[in-house]
Design a protein around this ligand. Sequence first.
Ligand code: SF4
Length: 303
Amino acid sequence: MKIALIDVDSHNFPNLVLMKLSAWHKARGDEITLMSAEKALQEENLIFKYDKIYGACVFSGNEEVLRALELCGVHLGGTGTRYREILPYEVEHIMPDYSLYGISDTAYGFLTRGCPRGCSFCVVGSKEGRKSYKVADISEWWRGQENIKLLDPNLLACSEHLELLRQLAETGAYIDITQGLDARLLTEKNISLINELKIKALHFAWDNPRDKSVVAALKNFRKVSKIKNHRKLIVYVLCNYWSSREEDLYRVYWLRDNGFDPYLMVYDKKNAPKAITKMQRWVNNKRIFNVVKRFEDYDTRIG
Ligand code: SF4
């Protein structure tokens, strides 16, 4: 069969579902074509050129494109769509076809799914459940690559997280925990295992500025962690949701002063006030952030 895989987001991040679909179809001898949504919509008679067309979309804000693809007969799925389909077991648990994106040195995947927190701005609870549970061993999607990008929403909330951290340590690969370790669940035991990892980057989140437990946990982690380079300790800072500008700046300055690298996540970015998107540009562009120490100075300079 001729199969088209459409990556609707087309960011610099491979789509895991498409890599799994590619592996499953290739194992059956099917021919795979990967394309962007833009390219797919330019193709004439797309529906007649392929036996099956899948489109995957992680991020919201692509409604118009998704509608157009649906009219072309594309089978859509992903967090960014209104569909909540789950992959069949044999596709979900297959070794992803990293070659789909020409990737040879990095493995991507989940060891756990779900999260008990139920934050009101987050889809994980409704999509994956209000409990963190193990879904795979590392050998399912890692085969000796130099780097591992872990996509779990809340690894530390899983009752088996110590065993999973051990598995990560045993790979000897550089680990990037991309989605935010829950600082409130750090313990002496899991920190000592995190200290055994070869860390490329750890991501935490400080979403609620009034949550003092995050501050205490981060402070303690900084004291006992072996990671000295603040660029490897990234903390997502949610703004434009329930915080004031003062609370946003407070978190940014506190994180920088305490050896972390803040990264602003803007809720509903499309409709966010200009001041917030400006602040995001200042914080997230490290070439600017490292030189211009106060937001007020950046704000004045760019008028
Ligand atoms: S802790 Fe993170 S993953 Fe869990 S609900 Fe909150 S934002 Fe989502």
